[in-house]
Design a protein around this ligand. Structure first.
Ligand code: GLC
Length: 752
């Protein structure tokens, strides 16, 4: 064959090969045909094996039984097994020794970081900068992927209106609009646009649904909510995650109106599948299938398996009822073969989309250099700084001068390496945490004397450390007191009946304050605390949350003025736990509170207002928000919008503009917030609802026009007949730096 023909042939072959889609580009039809071919070859035992996820050791190792189960094709996924070498070891068994060579899916809770730990999600939400959460999730994905983890059980999307619930720490707070923005950002950060890409992992929207509404703020507790409230408050962040392409959803522990989330056909099938067209798979929460017996929904294990499978749970986490009772349920016709096949199909679909069949292994050479990269650590510091909230700063107490003569660093959370990592610390290591004490020491001049006194523990009642702390404060120019919660006081199974600072921390703050020295309180915590005495007396307060591996440096950046804080609260801070639930987007009632009218909705013993409102946060500079304008005083009603309608006629919108000006002496960020109120409708509507926000950076003296586009769909709600409607009538538009200090105007939605 002549050379030229050979060249042509080689070139043609190359072009054909290039055209063959990698797993990243494999077409949906290719995936479906590969699934069908595989499904046709699977035994029942192998199918049920794909529906099973088992737990590894806490240290990331797998259990001996996993090898044998995988070899037999009876285990499709693990959780907590991590490390490139360990996951590869299991994967080689699956890909070389099992009959059908279906890869194992390795899941792990990478909630806010794998080894580089970022601020808790509630802190990141305080940045009001979803791009920041996308960035931290992307870094977390890269580290986790190089450690063999292909699936994270995040983002957690539970709206929380009750800070007694320890898991408020894991979400984006009380508002569905803000939480939806962060939901999409985190899914994109973890998954990108194609989660088979080398540095991406599969995400999981959890806990579906309304887990944060547990009565009494008690974890795992009963929820009893109208469908309206479910659809308006608890569903939106999950819809945002599904719209962002999330590959999996986790069914929650809680009972929803008498039907537990892990066996609820309304949420798992009607809403998730039929309304939202979600085509990924649902994994149960940890033994939540077996817990259907405790709920009193299932009479026994087999019943629990039947109820969960028929409702729409595809993979069972840790309990093994699908495997143990699947054959009998099928034989007795209590579960159809189609149900089992559909669950397997959904799981295989995600494994194909993840590229797991084509690229089942992790490059072990990558892991050592992938974790704690300098750029990841500096990102963690920057993100933590943008997530902190300045709650008070009288007489410009902050920022401090780096050349200050002496500083007293006091409190049980001043040098605690574990607390900043939060409850879900991933594969984070305490030795990588920069504590506040370390951050301050690294920040100040060599001449500055930095003293440290713990003063007391977080939880116990001893005050034996007070004298040392008081003495140190007396001999210092300023006292920084770090108080709050330990890592095990937040997160799962960490509900508290009180929101007060635990132990004798409040007494420690008072003792230091009474020395007369300038006192600054820095909170290290995972939920809103009741700190009214501190707010009334201490001149400066910084909410640092649990700021991750770089918390100490970020705190020092703010305290000494290298970073101007710009965060805003994503949750309401109550004055006392007796006010809970207290949230900004409440209904008005027929007797809204009036100070001088007994017969209105308020308390005898405390004000009805919060300690700090939703959206609140200060800066080292000052801003003015003025000149609120609307592009129209009336927009046409789009009438009844069927909830399947995804887009509105372009005329169904109004542009809102406002001026924001930095009237202070230094650059800073302001979060301009847009709220609406539907003044009168066929159902009562909240006194305000967040419908837009923009975090803007302004130089001293700079003035900027900020614009929002308000679409008719954003004015809609679910009515008594459970249809999504936009009704004619007056709407208020309110804009400001938080949910209280607002300027307002109004417009009409015109009747048809
Ligand atoms: C836990 C949590 C869930 C977590 C799962 C796996 O019980 O509820 O958020 O992802 O189990 O650790």
């Amino acid at each position: 064959m002549k050379l030229s023909r050979l060249c042509i042939l080689v070139l043609a072959l190359a072009l054909i090969l290039c055209a063959v889609p990698t797993s990243a580009q494999q077409r949906p039809a290719d995936i479906e045909s590969r699934i069908n071919a595989l499904l046709a070859r699977m035994t029942l035992a192998e199918k049920l094996g794909q529906l099973q996820q088992l737990d590894g050791e806490g240290n990331g190792n797998f259990r001996p039984e996993h090898l044998d189960l995988i070899r037999k094709g009876l285990l499709g996924s693990t959780l907590n097994v991590r490390g490139a070498q360990r996951t590869n070891q299991l994967q080689h068994v699956a890909m070389e020794e099992s009959r059908l060579k279906i890869p194992v899916l390795f899941g792990f809770d990478v909630i806010h970081g794998y080894r580089t730990i970022f601020p808790i999600p509630l802190a990141e939400a305080s940045s009001w900068d979803p791009g920041l959460a996308e960035r931290s999730a992307s870094i977390a994905a890269q580290e986790a992927r190089d450690a063999g983890v292909r699936w994270t059980f995040a983002p957690m999307l539970d709206i929380a209106r009750d800070p007694r619930w320890g898991r408020i720490t894991e979400g984006a707070g009380e508002d569905p609009y803000l939480a939806s923005a962060f939901a999409g950002a985190r899914v994109r950060g973890f998954q990108g646009t194609d989660y088979s890409a080398p540095q991406k992992i599969l995400a999981c929207a959890k806990h579906w649904v309304a887990y944060g509404a547990g009565e009494g703020g008690r974890d795992y507790n009963t929820t009893d909510l109208s469908e309206n409230t479910l659809r308006e408050i608890y569903f939106p962040p999950f819809k945002a995650a599904v719209d962002a392409g999330v590959g999996t959803v986790m069914s929650a522990f809680n009972d929803i109106n008498g039907v537990p989330a892990s066996a609820n056909p309304f949420t798992l099938t009607r809403v998730l599948r039929n309304e939202w067209k979600f085509d990924g798979f649902v994994v149960s929460d940890y033994t939540s299938v077996k817990e259907l017996i405790n709920h009193g929904l299932a009479a026994n294990d087999k019943d629990a398996a039947r109820l969960a499978l028929n409702a729409g749970v595809d993979m069972e986490m840790v309990s093994r009822l699908f495997n143990q009772h699947g054959p009998a349920l099928l034989k007795e016709g209590q579960v159809s073969p189609a149900t089992i096949d559909e669950a397997v199909r959904r799981i295989l679909r995600i494994k194909f989309r993840l590229g797991l069949f084509d690229h089942p292994y992790t490059d072990e050479a990558r892991e050592p250099n992938s974790l704690l990269k300098p750029e990841s650590v500096s990102a963690a510091r920057e993100i933590a700084g943008r997530s902190m909230v300045l709650l008070k700063n009288e007489r410009q107490t902050l920022p401090l001068d780096k050349n200050i003569r002496s500083i007293a660093v006091i409190g049980p959370l001043a040098d605690d390496r574990r607390a900043p990592l939060g409850w879900w610390a991933g594969d984070g290591r305490e030795e990588n945490t920069v504590t506040p004490l370390a951050g301050i020491r690294a920040k100040v001049s060599p001449q500055t004397k930095v003293g440290y006194a713990k003063g007391c523990e977080v939880k116990d009642s001893l005050t034996t450390g007070f004298p040392e702390a008081v003495a140190l404060a007396r001999e210092s120019d300023v006292a920084l007191v770090f108080v709050g919660e330990s890592a095990d006081m937040v997160g799962e199974a960490a509900s508290r009946s009180s929101l007060d600072l635990p132990g004798r921390q409040m007494d420690l703050v008072k003792a230091i304050y009474e020395t007369g020295k300038p006192t600054i309180v820095v909170l290290v915590n995972g939920r809103p605390p009741t700190i009214e005495w501190i707010v009334d007396n201490v001149p400066a307060i910084l909410e640092s949350w649990m700021g991750g591996s770089q918390a100490g440096n970020a705190i020092a950046d703010i305290v000494f003025g290298d970073v101007n804080p710009g965060g805003k609260l994503p949750v309401t801070f109550p004055r006392t736990v007796g006010q809970v639930p207290i949230y900004y987007n409440h209904m008005n009632t027929g007797r809204p509170p009036e100070a001088n009218n007994r017969y209105t909705s308020k308390y005898l013993d405390v004000p009805w207002t919060p300690l700090f409102p939703f959206g609140y946060g200060l800066s080292y500079t000052q801003f003015k928000i003025t000149n609120l304008q609307l592009s129209a005083q009336s927009i046409p009603a789009n009438g009844e919008l069927q909830f399947r309608v995804q887009r509105l006629p372009v005329n169904g919108e109004v542009t809102v503009t406002v001026d924001v000006e930095n009237v202070g002496k230094r650059a800073g960020d302001e979060v301009v917030q847009l709220y609406i109120r539907d003044v009168a409708a066929s159902m009562t509507r909240p006194v305000k609802e967040l419908k837009g926000f923009q975090r803007v950076t302004l130089q001293p003296g700079e003035k900027r026009r900020v614009e929002f586009v308000l679409t008719a769909a954003q004015l809609g709600f679910w009515n008594r007949e459970m249809r999504f409607v936009v009704e004619p009538g007056e709407f208020k538009v309110m804009v400001g730096p938080n949910s209280e200090d607002l300027i307002e105007t109004k417009f009409d939605v015109a009747g048809r």
